[in-house]
Design a protein. Sequence first.
Length: 402
Amino acid sequence: MAETSAARAAHHRAVAAEIREKTEKILPEIAARAGETEALRRVPDANIAALRQAGWFTAFLPARYGGQELDILSFYELLPMIGQVCPSTAWATMLLGIHTQGAAMFSEKAQDELWADAPDTLLSSSLAPVGKVTPVEGGLRISGRYRFSTGCDHARWAIIGSAHADPATGKIEARMNLVPATDYAIDDASWHVTGMSGSGSKDLVLEDVFVPEHRSELTQALNSYAARGHQVNRDPLYRCAFGPFFAYGLSAASIGIAEGVIAAYTAHQGKRISAFTGGTVAESAPAYMRLAEAAQEVDCAKLMLRRDMSDLMAAAETEHVLDYAATTRMRCNATYVTELCTRAVDRLFRASGGMALQRDNHLQRAFRDMHGAAAHAFSDYDVARQIYGRLLLGLPPAGNLA
């Protein structure tokens, strides 16, 4: 086991180094297209092509389809590079990557449909179980409008959340379902927004779509090593509980946004002259005190991500199923990471003066995108800390908390 773990770690370092090197070369062009990304309301094809060439979309792909099986910590510590220059592109890259890991937990037959002939296939998602679900022979029929499917313009499939009463037991079954793009419509008009505009998080419309049984998995199975994909994909990557894995992806993108704001603020204040005193704003105590606090907040956020993702990977290595207390802590911590990043961004944006409001200034876009990230349901710190606080006090989970 030790030898295998050492070899795996060496592989992860090599893959991460290659992705980093290639990404550093394409960051200037991604940064230059940030305005275009926002105007398009989706990630430009050129960005997707460059990121694909850099290895981002095969990072979590199973090795038997040509993937790299990179560890989650490396992925999440690399992602902020993109978020620093274009938050929308980072957001879409993160989610399209995460969905590959999630889809690898489905049945072998479903995975072959996804990747056997097209290993470059990407998946978007809409996980809230909002549609109408009817159990039928051999699977489910699903109808409804599924919102916020980031990156859907670049995806050939989507992971759709559902919930229905089991006909035999009456118990509610939460499931994730694979649906090909040919079975749904993208409502392009559904995504005209202020923050994360370039993420292309549009609505998917399903009308009486049949989902065969082999393309459906219990949500709980994805968190407890009970999904069918665990039998064919044995790397610890695919034993990482999907809930914490997903939540921390949003946090990793948020760290990138905050780091980009810190860099922009530092450069901006270094050149800024007070119209009233004629002095350099950078020499003002409030300016550098705010910067120091923001930097500390982001450092704390990065340390929390590293600890929790290390714990998640350690559990996966030993096939230890995380209990409710552990996953609840991780979920709450993930939202706190985003909360810390939002505080840092807000503090520096307020201190940047009127020029930060210019449409061509990175600070104003990053400010809006940060609040777009914080508005995600999995980033809601108020909800998460209620759940975690009840756990700490020994209270039962409340049924009205998502």
